[in-house]
Design a protein around this ligand. Structure first.
Ligand code: ZN
Length: 290
């Protein structure tokens, strides 16, 4: 699933590509992606609206449009937004541009916004779990899932106290607490594994037993890992690609995520994988002791 660094990369790229453009139409082949309004209403209302801004809230992408409308896209497990041109013939959708958009992972186009420069903004989503909501900006801002988001690690007031209070507000295994969007917004399976490896904290450790020193390390590496990942333009171990269809480079520098049975970069011990809830977690049993 795209996490904060991937969504941030998409938002930053799209800002340069589509702000100021007008939406001339929409094509959808999987209406269930649109949570509201119904497809007919959406088609009618979104036409001729201008893209004024693009923002990130946690893992959500908010596209602010003219007439006080906002289009929210949550890419969920395998969704990613692409910028290009496509040809639709029956069920077959082919990219019209050469290059990385032709990567088979970008083949699952289920929604297209047509723009007034003859380019298109498309949602590729293999598993079709993405969520799209179109409404007045105020109604989007008031969505429960946005209101409940915890502090954002990139916000200027995300200091150690904010972080500590957030983590301590929730009892449970640190791995799960880090991924809880109501505690801190934007972190998922990839970056929680990475942060915990860097901070040398066992993923099953209970938040109640974290020392001040461990919390300080966690805070430091939360920022460090996320910022490094943004610089690398995200991780493409799974389906994520940037708007031009290109891979992020964090895969090459990741330390522990999906490295089961490979040597720990710090001590050489084999990385172990366990399940926490339904999620796989990788960690070094030597560096990260319970
Ligand atoms: Zn190790």
């Amino acid at each position: 699933m795209p996490e904060l660094p991937e969504v941030e990369t998409i938002v930053n790229d799209l800002k340069k590509l589509v702000i100021g453009r007008t939406i001339t139409g929409i094509w959808v082949d999987t209406p269930k992606l649109i949570k509201r309004p119904d497809l007919k209403t959406l088609e009618r209302q979104i036409k001729n609206l201008k893209i004024k801004n693009i923002r990130r809230k946690g893992k959500n992408i908010l596209i602010d449009l003219s007439n006080d409308f906002t289009l929210l896209i949550h890419q969920k497990l395998t969704g990613h937004l692409l910028y290009g041109k496509w040809k639709i013939e029956g069920k077959k959708i082919t990219p019209l541009l050469e290059g990385p958009l032709n990567d088979p992972i970008n083949d699952f186009i289920h929604l297209i916004l047509y723009l007034d420069n003859n380019y298109e903004l498309a949602l590729s989503d293999l598993r079709k779990f993405a969520k799209v909501i179109f409404d007045k900006t105020e109604a989007i801002e008031n969505l429960k899932e946005l209101k409940e988001l915890g502090p954002d690690p990139l916000s200027p007031d995300f200091n150690f106290e904010t972080f500590k209070n957030a983590i301590k507000s929730k009892k449970g295994k640190i791995k799960q607490v880090l991924m809880d969007q109501k505690v801190i917004a934007g972190i998922g399976n990839i970056y929680s594994d990475e942060i915990l490896w860097w901070a040398k904290i066992h993923p099953l450790k209970n938040t109640a037993s974290l020392t001040e020193e461990e919390l300080k390390k966690l805070y430091h590496y939360t920022l460090e890992v996320l910022k490094t990942a943004i610089k690398a333009r995200g991780a493409s171990v799974s389906d994520y690609r940037d708007p031009k269809g290109e891979r992020g480079k964090y895969d090459e520098i990741r330390r522990v995520y999906r490295r089961e049975n490979q040597k720990c970069y710090r001590c050489g011990t084999l990385i172990k994988r366990i399940k926490i809830g339904s999620r796989s977690t990788c960690f070094c049993p030597n560096c990260q002791k319970l």
